[in-house]
Design a protein around this ligand. Structure first.
Ligand code: ADP
Length: 337
């Protein structure tokens, strides 16, 4: 388990009131989970994750890994901590003049792995990321997704308990992203590794993470399981990120054309067809017109989340009753401005 206790990181002159990139962060990440940290760029995600392997010393606070405070580690103890934590980055950081095999073997050498057994270990690692046939090629002949899979093999070379991923899919196209996510899912299924993944990409988050922390301006503003983050976001920043991801914004010309007796709502429902009867029923029971402007079903961990944008037209008091009826029969209803 990784526990962050009151972690703060400031940049600037020591003793002076510098820039606070991370502010009093408290987090508990369970063993074996894929934990995501999402948030707008500049939120402090990268700084926070770098504290977890001490690439960045915190200004104050502690990181406990299985109960041991790593922020005090020095020398050989620090090397041991780092050996137990693999990391991958947005831009892979592979050595272009070395083959795939050599790139992965460098990590083995650094970890003190016997030279004569290294090739066999590299073969094993490449098989895990689906790149057995690329062992002797140079990185330049690989696609972005393949390069990142080599980086994963390298990060896992010394069988760490923790893998940190810093925007690991952000430089990749959709296909390569899917490739990398699927390799990480497989690794999680076949080992008890803990994965901490930071990204601004909510699509990757939706597909991979068990739980999500949302970070904004150096602070963690919300932590929940992935489905709840998408189905019932609480903090304005979470709402903004989720709404942007669902791409269900109402065009200005539609919003501007709303009449005095009309209102726009966004309905969230759990499951695939739950909304049909509600919309039909409300139009039967109340003297209102309900029109559907937009809708989609998303799948988060195989659980369906439906979203509809509707326009309700009718007299004020009747419209209010109708909206109350809808509220009582769907998962969540949100009024749009
Ligand atoms: P994110 O990963 O969420 O995009 P970062 O952790 O990279 O955010 O950065 C958070 C803030 O800290 C940014 O404003 C960034 O400019 C600043 N920052 C990060 N590293 C340093 C540094 N070494 N020196 C000064 N400022 C930094």
């Amino acid at each position: 388990m990784i526990v962050c206790k009151d972690i703060s990181v400031s940049f600037g002159a020591k003793g002076k009131d510098g820039f606070h990139a991370v502010k009093n962060v408290n987090l508990e990440i369970e063993k074996g989970e894929i934990f995501g940290i999402v948030g707008p760029s500049g939120a402090g995600k990268s700084t926070l994750v770098r504290v977890m392997n001490l690439l960045q010393q915190p200004t104050s606070g502690q990181v406990l890994i299985d109960g041991v405070d790593i922020t005090k580690a020095k020398g050989s103890q620090l090397r041991q901590v780092r050996k137990n934590i693999g990391m991958i980055f947005q831009h892979f950081h592979l050595i272009s003049g070395a083959t795939v095999c050599e790139n992965v073997a460098f990590a083995l050498t650094a970890g003190g792995y016997p030279k004569e057994k290294q090739r066999a270990r590299v073969e094993e690692l490449l098989q895990m990321v689906g790149l057995s046939d690329k062992i002797d090629v140079y990185p330049q002949s690989l696609s972005g997704g393949q390069k990142q899979r080599v980086a994963i093999a390298r990060a896992l070379a010394n069988t760490p308990d923790i893998l940190l991923c810093d925007e690991a899919t952000s430089a990749l196209d959709l296909e390569s992203t899917e490739e990398v996510l699927s390799v990480l899912r497989k690794i999680k299924e076949t080992s008890n590794i803990t994965i901490v993944f930071i990204t601004h990409d909510l699509d990757a988050a939706k597909k991979l993470f068990d739980r999500i922390a949302v970070m904004n301006k150096g602070e963690i503003v919300e932590v929940n399981d992935t489905y709840s983050i998408f189905a019932n976001p609480q903090h304005p920043v979470t709402k903004m990120l989720v709404n942007r991801n669902f791409e269900l914004d109402v065009p200005d010309f539609v919003a501007d054309a709303i009449q005095a007796d009309e209102e726009l709502y966004k309905i969230y429902y759990v499951g695939e067809k739950a909304y049909d009867p509600v919309i039909n029923e409300v139009a039967k029971r109340f003297d209102v017109d309900v029109s559907i402007l937009h809708g989609k079903i998303d799948y988060i961990h195989r659980q369906a989340l439906g979203i509809l944008v509707i326009k309700v037209k009718g007299k004020d008091d009747i419209r209010k009753e109708a909206v109350q009826y809808i509220t009582d029969h769907v998962y969540r209803l949100e009024k749009l401005k």
